[in-house]
Design a protein around this ligand. Structure first.
Ligand SMILES: [Zn+2]
Length: 155
C-alpha cells in the first residue's frame, strides 16, 4: 500500500471521528479561521474577484433563466415553453387591455404576469402589470368590477 492509499483507507475507516474533529475545530477556532480567511482573501483578492466575476458572467443568464423556469413550474405548474407559447398566442399583448407590457425591471421591459385563479389554480392568461394589479386589488371580484364600471359611467 502506498502512503496515499494508506491515508485514504485511514480516512475512510475513521471518517466520522475526523469529521467530528473538524466540526469541533471550526467551532472552537472561529476567530482564527476568520483571520486566516481574510488574510487569504487580501493576498488573493484579484484572483478571487476575477474568478467570481467570470463565473457570474458565464452563468448569470443560465442561472436567472433556471430560476424563472423553476418559479413558473412551482407557482403556476407551467413550463417556460408553455409560457412562451402563451405569449405567442396572445400576440405579446395583455389578455385584458390588449396592450404590450410597459413596466420596467432592471432597465428592461418586464415579462407579462401569469394570471391564475386563486381558487382553482387554473392559469387564465398573461397580463400586463397594471391589469394584473387591478384584478388583484379587487380580489378577482366581478361584483366590485361591475360596480366600478357603474360608478365611472355615472360620473
Ligand atoms: Zn393590461
Amino acid at each position: 500500500m502506498t502512503q496515499k492509499e494508506y491515508s485514504r483507507a485511514y480516512y475512510l475507516a475513521n471518517i466520522e471521528v475526523i469529521r467530528e474533529k473538524g466540526r469541533v475545530y471550526r467551532q472552537t477556532h472561529v476567530e482564527e479561521i476568520e483571520v486566516r480567511r481574510r488574510k487569504y482573501y487580501q493576498q488573493n483578492k484579484k484572483k478571487m474577484n476575477a474568478y467570481c466575476r467570470m463565473n457570474y458572467r458565464k452563468n448569470s443568464k443560465r442561472l436567472s433563466e433556471g430560476i424563472r423556469k423553476a418559479r413558473l413550474k412551482r407557482e403556476f405548474g407551467i413550463t417556460g415553453e408553455i409560457y412562451d407559447e402563451m405569449v405567442r398566442s396572445q400576440n405579446n399583448v395583455c389578455a385584458i387591455c390588449q396592450q404590450p407590457e410597459t413596466a420596467m425591471l432592471k432597465g428592461k421591459i418586464k415579462r407579462m404576469a401569469v394570471d391564475h385563479c386563486h381558487k382553482t389554480n387554473k392559469v387564465r392568461g398573461l397580463l400586463c402589470q397594471g391589469c394584473n394589479q387591478a384584478i388583484g386589488y379587487v380580489k378577482d371580484d366581478v361584483r366590485i368590477l361591475a360596480k366600478m364600471i357603474d360608478y365611472l359611467k355615472n360620473l
